[in-house]
Design a protein around this ligand. Structure first.
Ligand SMILES: *[C@@H]1O[C@H](CO)[C@@H](O)[C@H](O)[C@H]1NC(C)=O
Ligand SMILES: *[C@@H]1O[C@H](CO)[C@@H](O)[C@H](O)[C@H]1NC(C)=O
Length: 317
């Protein structure tokens, strides 16, 4: 049993999701026996589970703009989520080497007497290593990474972004759902799961958050359904390659308070009517889709629910 119970605050500032499914490779795909789905993720994020201790890492995928940016993109991955994952899940423990090196070098340039990055003691490195029973993963989107001359003086200094030393932006080829930060990039999810498997000895992964927003009310959320289908497909691809993903929880069961975006960004499988005191909840198309996914443990790329049938909780559930 692990010693560390952790919570990384996940700032979910979430928007809207709609595109046809392109290049369907599988009409239907089964999930493994025992695979678990959910939507209520907070207990896992805060406490692990009744028999597991874990931690959640919020990770986006950083994709190199060109072959010249492979190192830069790796640095961005190590800074953004490797700083939490590497001490716990890597064989050597401790912060990622590149993070220690870059922050120390920048600190020296800036006249600091020692690195701004605190150091773990050898005892702390040992204590933290292997201290989570599972890799909790919150994932939504990707960024493109470039390191060219424009990065000099681009970020204020000293700063976290100056330490990374890259420019991050969103590809205009990625599906835009109206959010400045959440572009639909299922292949980024696949690459992230692959990297977690390869870098950390294939830890058990619980996907504790994944989903997308819409900016206005509405029950026919085809964009969200498409998002879920494509991200689940990417996840199944990684599982086919050997990734040990055992749990998937959708963000979110219903529209909720999304931090700085307030109630504008609606992530819910269920719509909440915030204008009336009853806060009425109504199943969206995605709720029907998700229910069918859980019922059949099968991703059906063509499932079209009959939304005139009221949403019910089936017997035995
Ligand atoms: C650096 O890359 C960005 C993003 O592609 C580009 O806009 C900028 O012009 C590049 N700068 C240089 C000096 O090449
Ligand atoms: C919320 O409820 C009110 C009163 O029933 C209704 O007029 C309004 O259209 C509802 N809003 C949404 C987004 O469903």
């Amino acid at each position: 049993m692990a010693r560390l119970t952790g919570l990384l605050l996940v700032l979910i500032i979430a928007s809207s999701c709609g595109k046809d499914l392109k290049n369907i490779r599988h009409e239907k795909r089964k999930f493994p026996e025992g695979f678990l789905f959910g939507t209520a993720t907070s207990s896992y994020q805060v406490e692990g589970a009744w028999h597991d201790d874990g931690i959640v890492v919020s990770a986006s995928w950083h994709e190199p703009e060109t072959e010249n940016d492979i190192v830069a993109a790796e640095d961005a991955n190590q800074f953004e989520w490797g700083q939490y994952a590497h001490p716990i899940f890597s064989e050597s423990g401790d912060f990622p080497a590149v993070m220690k090196e870059r922050v120390a070098a920048k600190s020296a340039e800036q006249g600091f007497l020692r690195s701004r990055l605190p150091e773990f003691t050898p005892e702390e490195i040992d204590m933290i290593k292997g201290s989570s029973d599972f890799f909790g993963l919150n994932h939504y989107t990707s960024s493109l990474i470039v390191r060219n001359e424009s990065v000099n003086g681009y970020h204020i200094s000293p700063s976290y972004y100056d330490d990374i030393g890259v420019i991050m932006y969103k590809s205009n080829t990625w599906e835009d759902i109206g959010s400045p930060w959440l572009k639909v990039v299922p292949e980024g999810f696949y690459k992230l799961l692959t990297k977690i498997r390869e870098d950390y000895g294939n830890p058990t992964v619980f996907v504790t958050e994944n989903g997308c927003m819409q900016m206005t009310a509405g029950l026919e959320d085809d964009t969200r359904v498409s998002f879920y289908k494509r991200y689940l497909e990417a996840m199944l691809d990684a599982m086919d390659d050997g990734s040990d993903v055992q749990v998937y929880t959708a963000w979110s069961l219903m529209d909720n308070f999304e931090w700085m975006q307030g109630y504008n960004d609606r992530f819910g499988l269920y719509e909440v009517n915030f204008s009336i005191p009853e806060r009425t909840r109504t199943a969206r198309k995605s709720a029907y889709f998700y229910k069918e996914l859980i019922r059949t443990k099968e991703l059906d790329m063509h499932y079209e629910p009959d939304m005139s049938v009221p949403m019910t909780i089936d017997e035995g559930h």
